[in-house]
Design a protein around this ligand. Structure first.
Ligand code: ADP
Ligand code: TRP
Length: 321
């Protein structure tokens, strides 16, 4: 089975990215064919500082490599190093109804936030469909916020296959229930674009500040607290097994619990969890040439697969005169 997913280098990678996508991808590589890439064409829809995009792309690569993506076992590359994906995007645009794109939640959310829309933002889901279909992916591990994008990919692929013949694999989303949506420190969805993240490899002082500022309600210390509505509980739970979660919920239900006690514990939990990867990450960060080499080798392998699907798609629509 071919597993594929991508992540935007549009900021520092955070706990939501890790638990919904990165960790699962790293686990999948042990017994599946894994395709993992940094979607810098997509990041162009929000990042306009070229220096920053370059830096964030290398940073994200270092994060993945330190956390365990193994270029010997998996194909790991940067989206724009296989530029054929933009050709497939154009081909697929013609199997994409306007109404489908107009209904995209992520596009509508951005409009509601006052972002002035451009064509890149509107066409984002078509590029994402090309990302997935170009490599014949069977399964796509993502967080819940990407569910609609995956449905759009399936719609586009089905429509293309109906019009031109069976070219594309129809991919299945793989969305975990347990980490469907990780809240940020303000209780909203944790996102690079909302400034509410807890990053994987920040300085300890920054981590402390971020965790201490996770929003909690105003329940007095002497009253029981509700774990189910608490962002702090949701974040802490990411690091706990079922028993640990139950024990923490029991502490919430017992009068006398101070949120600050939980926050101080959580700082150590997060710090210690990522400790084994910190030195490795530094080694990659100090050798950007090595990281670039790994990414380019990954792009070569990705190209080989992309060429097959692109050739089939070109022939199916009649570009091979
Ligand atoms: P961001 O919103 O931070 O820019 P991306 O859109 O690049 O994140 O998402 C990368 C992956 O991480 C996707 O699979 C997405 O579903 C997942 N993801 C991002 N934020 C969260 C979150 N808060 N909770 C769960 N999954 C998330
Ligand atoms: N849109 C995805 C996100 O914001 C990123 C992405 C781009 C992606 N191309 C992809 C995810 C292909 C999975 C497969 O998270």
């Amino acid at each position: 089975m071919r597993i594929l997913s991508g992540i935007q280098p549009s900021g520092q990678l955070h706990l939501g990215n890790y638990f919904a996508m990165m960790k699962r991808m790293i686990e999948f590589q042990e017994d599946h064919e894994l395709f993992c890439f940094l979607v810098n064409y997509h990041a162009l829809t929000t990042v306009t500082d070229s220096e920053l995009l370059r830096k964030q792309t290398l940073d994200a690569a270092c994060d993945f490599l330190a956390l365990g993506i193994d270029p010997e076992k998996s194909i790991f590359w940067v989206q724009s190093d296989v530029p054929q994906v933009t050709e497939l995007t154009w081909i697929l645009s013609n199997s994409t109804p306007m109404g489908l794109l107009e209904r995209a939640h992520s596009y509508k959310d951005k409009l509601a936030k006052g972002v002035s829309p451009n064509h890149g933002l509107f066409a984002y889901p078509v590029l994402m469909a090309a990302d997935i279909l170009l490599y014949g992916a069977d399964r796509v591990p993502v967080g819940k916020d990407q569910k609609q994008h995956l449905e759009m990919t399936r719609d586009i692929a089905i429509r293309f296959n109906q019009t031109y013949g069976e070219v594309f694999v129809i991919p299945e989303p793989d969305i975990p229930d347990s980490v469907a949506l990780v809240p940020g420190i303000d209780g909203q969805k944790m996102s690079k674009s909302y400034g509410n993240t807890i990053d994987l490899f920040c300085e300890r002082g920054v981590l402390k500040k971020r965790v201490m500022s996770v929003v909690t309600d105003a329940t007095p210390i002497e009253e029981p607290k509700n774990p189910d509505t608490c962002a702090l509980f949701a974040i802490y739970s990411l690091f706990l097994d079922e028993k640990g979660r139950k024990d923490l919920a029991d502490r919430y239900h017992t009068p006398g619990l101070k949120y600050s006690t939980i926050k101080k514990e959580l700082i150590d939990v997060i710090w210690n969890y990522f400790e084994p990867y910190r030195t490795k990450r530094q080694e990659f960060a100090q050798d950007p040439e090595r990281v670039r080499r790994i990414l380019l080798q990954g792009a070569d392998k990705a190209q080989a697969v992309a060429a097959t699907y692109l050739q089939k798609a070109r022939a199916a629509v009649g570009l091979n005169y």
